[in-house]
Design a protein around this ligand. Structure first.
Ligand SMILES: [Zn+2]
Length: 826
């Protein structure tokens, strides 16, 4: 990555702490609003003041700028999202619509806003007239789609007589369910502030304040009640308050939070009140529940409002929720939201690996929230959690080439997962674009009172090579980090104030370097690592920690050097015994990086059949050629496989693990984070079957590999390795098994997939077997009944046939879909 061409440093001590993640750029010709009378006691150092040229983030940020943001804009154009604004403007002018197609989801507007936000961040550190002009053209379209009173929601404006069924007949009528009117505006506010701060222009900011003014006029104490069905409006309003100084926005944000909860006589969301965190008043909530992204945005909004108002009850509530989250509902990768049903948090300690949902957006939200808690409390434990998510379960959401995205981020795969270029619901790519562009804003922070100039402190939170110019007590301090973190734990920090002066530098000593992988008992290392060391100008410093920081108070002179050495042995981690999915399993971590074994690096392209003995020696090796340059973990593992008689054969074999976040960059296949320590929980490789591959009728969207992967289901609803035709229902479909050479077969066994109670797949109405005779498909002759029993194999014998392929033809029950766990032939 090339150095950025301009650095915009904060003017004087004015800090309009507008947080988007960590954004406080104050630039442009407009006079900024005065700083709010009260805000976070710790303030972020804006990403515009921090330039990274490190091995890990700098290339990802550059790929985000050059590949992901242009691709996301292209997708917004291609999928008609940009056109939504053009169509709404046409309808507002009373002209006939050229495009009469129904608009998509009522929240499609947000994808355009989010990518504008990401593009604005890149513009503020990397001027690009072409991108600037393109964003201007989008803003023109957005402004033209706004109704005269400020309302902006294309799906209704395009066709007010017949809007999307989630939108409701009247404005705001279904906001608490699924209209997403306020969600759209929340993202508009975020984008507008980012654009204003990046360019100094007010074009999008004017659209945002006009919409916010409509909200202020409509809702609030003595006016109508409302709370967002999908949160983010609260964060957006707080940010709009910081940049405009209009207190009504802050008051409305707090009103929306306080109105949330079960209200007498109010219609409840069909998915239940906990789905969108309305099961109790926000200050009475004690654990994270429901839709994980909504939850993260709400807790972040509560932190913002608490910082700006000093509301202690909000802080107590989010502190309690945080303890519960990191104690019982956090994946080792920092992901959250265990369940795909409702994209939601699971029960206490419910952390399944293969079906883990861990939406990329939830990881982004988790980092927004943890960073805000740090700004409230000045405690490094929040940065420990933030760093875990950042390096693992968040960055896994985008491929190394910046072109494809994960929506869920599971911790185990049988090859059914792959990143995609875009989604029907495209929240995750846009969130990646805006988050990555602002990553340098998470590296430093500062506390103290800039008006008196006393007791200011600089926080060094993340380690990444680069330079920053930080305003401290109204005077600049240059900070240079030299390190190969996260691959190497040696960090050299050179401090250069413009003239010698006294202040404190708080250097974070990561939890993982202090034998605490997480600030709870959810995960623990199985061994002790050597202690970190810290030197200032070559002299060792006694490591007495305060809230996770080594606090260095002295007179700093230009060229002073802090040297931090964080030993990085490969560590084994085990989970709390109540986490059933991780029992008798071990995970590997080195520095902040969680490892995964993936198919291309291990014998036979399998990893789910592995067992890693506790005594196996683990070593790290630098692989500059692999995955843009990573450290891999090497060892010897035991591979388990069935022989022809069904006996288990054990073979010692080479073992390689890669950083979890880099998996699925080399095609589909097996991956595992929690590796068995004992034979009992390993999945031995099956004895090769006569069938070499299988394909399915075209309405099947899933990978058919699980159908004959030899993995024995525990029940018909076992979610680990199945195939189904959902959402297709009531049709006749087929699965095909192809043999390498003609084979004589006379018996088949089928184990049906059925997710009664969870989904829409049932055992079929009927089925039969056909074989390929030349080019024709003919049914086999079988007198026996074709069973549709659940939780068992259904066996059918037939007159032997010699064929090159077999088909299993399935007729679904009307109104239901169908699927298979396993299909065997003999
Ligand atoms: Zn998402």
């Amino acid at each position: 990555m090339k150095a950025v061409t301009t650095q915009r440093i904060l003017a004087g001590t004015v800090v309009a702490a507008a947080l988007a993640g960590a954004v406080t750029a104050v630039i442009g010709s407009q006079a900024p609003a005065p700083a709010p009378p009260r805000d976070y006691p710790v303030q972020p150092v804006p990403f515009t003041a921090v330039h990274l040229d490190d091995v890990f983030w700098a290339p990802r940020i550059e790929t985000n700028r050059t590949v992901t943001i242009p691709a996301a804009f292209q997708q917004c154009e291609r999928t008609g999202r940009v056109d939504l604004f053009v169509r709404a403007a046409t309808a507002l002018r009373g002209e006939p619509l050229a495009n009469t197609k129904s608009p998509g989801y009522p929240f499609d507007d947000t994808d355009v806003y989010k990518v504008i936000e990401g593009a604005s961040y890149t513009l503020s550190v990397h001027p690009d007239p072409k991108l600037d002009a393109y964003v201007d053209s989008l803003i023109e379209k957005i402004a033209a789609a706004q109704e005269p009173d400020g309302y902006l929601y294309t799906t209704r404006t395009i066709n007010p007589q017949n809007p999307h069924r989630w939108a409701g007949r009247e404005r705001w009528e279904l906001e608490r369910d699924d209209s997403h009117e306020l969600y759209n505006l929340g993202h508009l506010f975020e984008a507008a502030v980012a654009h204003h701060q990046a360019t100094g222009k007010r074009t999008l900011l004017n659209v945002a304040t006009k919409a916010a003014d409509l909200l202020v006029a409509t809702f609030g104490s003595g006016k109508r009640s409302i709370w967002p069905g999908h949160q983010i409006t609260e964060m957006g309003l707080a940010r709009l308050y910081r940049v405009t100084g209009n207190e009504q926005y802050l008051t409305l944000a707090k009103f929306m939070l306080d109105e949330r909860g079960p209200n007498p006589g109010e219609k409840t969301n069909p998915r239940g009140l906990s789905y969108n965190q309305a099961q109790a008043r926000v200050i009475e909530q004690t654990e994270p529940v429901g839709h994980a992204v909504r939850a993260m945005y709400m807790y972040s909004g509560m932190a913002d409002v608490a910082a700006l108002t000093g509301d202690a009850a909000y802080i107590k509530a989010i502190d309690t929720i945080w303890e519960n989250t990191v104690g019982m509902k956090l994946y080792l990768t920092g992901g959250i939201g265990a369940s795909g049903a409702g994209e939601a948090f699971g029960r206490h300690y419910e952390l399944p690996n293969m079906t883990a949902y861990n939406e990329t957006c939830a990881s982004v939200g988790m980092d927004y929230w943890n960073f805000r808690l740090f700004l409230l409390h000045g405690d490094a434990k929040y940065i420990d959690v933030m760093e875990r998510t950042l390096y693992n379960g968040l960055i896994s959401g985008v491929s190394l080439d910046g072109k494809t995205f994960f929506y869920p981020n599971p911790l185990e795969s049988n090859g059914q997962h792959a990143r995609q270029e875009w989604f029907g619901v495209a929240c995750c790519p846009g969130n990646i674009t805006r988050f990555l562009a602002s990553v340098p804003g998470y590296v430093y922070a500062r506390a103290g009172d800039p008006s008196t100039g006393s007791g200011q402190a600089l926080y060094v939170n993340l380690f990444a090579a680069g330079r920053a110019e930080i305003d401290l007590n109204g005077r600049p301090v240059k900070v240079v980090q030299e390190t190969r973190y996260p691959w190497d734990g040696t960090v050299k920090i050179t401090i250069s104030p413009d003239r010698p002066r006294g202040f404190t530098i708080n250097v974070r000593i990561p939890g993982w370097a202090r034998n605490d992988p997480v600030p709870s008992d959810l995960y623990r290392f199985t061994d002790e690592a050597p202690a970190p060391t810290l030197n200032v100008n070559g002299r060792p410093v006694d490591l007495k920690l305060d809230k996770g920081y080594a606090s260095l108070n002295r007179t700093w002179r230009a060229g002073d050097v802090i040297e931090l050495a964080l030993p990085m042995p490969v560590r084994r981690i085990v989970a709390h015994e109540k986490v059933e999915a991780d029992r008798w399993r071990v995970a590997l971590q080195r520095g902040p990086i969680v490892y995964a074994a993936e198919w291309p690096d291990n014998p036979g392209g399998r990893v789910r059949n592995l067992m890693l003995p506790d005594k196996a020696v683990l070593t790290a090796e630098s692989r500059p050629d692999l995955l843009n340059g990573v450290q891999v973990v090497k060892s010897k593992a035991i591979g388990l496989a069935h022989d022809a008689q069904g006996k288990i054969v054990k073979t010692e074999q080479d073992f390689v693990a890669i950083p979890y976040a880099m998996w699925a960059n080399r095609g589909r296949g097996q991956m595992i984070v929690w590796i068995p320590r004992t034979e009992a929980v390993a999945k031995p490789a099956p004895w090769p079957t006569v069938a070499t591959t299988s394909s399915v009728s075209t309405s099947g969207r899933k990978n058919p590999r699980p159908i004959n992967d030899g993995e024995e289901p525990r029940s018909s609803d076992d979610p680990t390795s199945y195939f189904d035709w959902w959402p297709t229902k009531g049709t006749t479909e087929w699965v095909e098994m192809v043999f390498a050479k003609p084979a004589t077969v006379s018996e088949t066994e089928v184990y049906w997939f059925d997710d009664t109670g969870r989904g829409q797949v049932r055992v079929p109405k009927s089925w039969r077997i056909l074989y390929k005779d030349g080019e024709a498909w003919k049914p086999v002759e079988s007198p026996g009944p074709h069973g549709v029993a659940k939780d068992a194999y259904n066996r059918v014998a037939f007159t032997p046939v010699t064929a090159t392929a077999l088909r299993l033809e399935v007729t679904m029950q009307p109104e239901w879909s169908a699927g298979l766990q396993e299909w065997k032939v003999r």
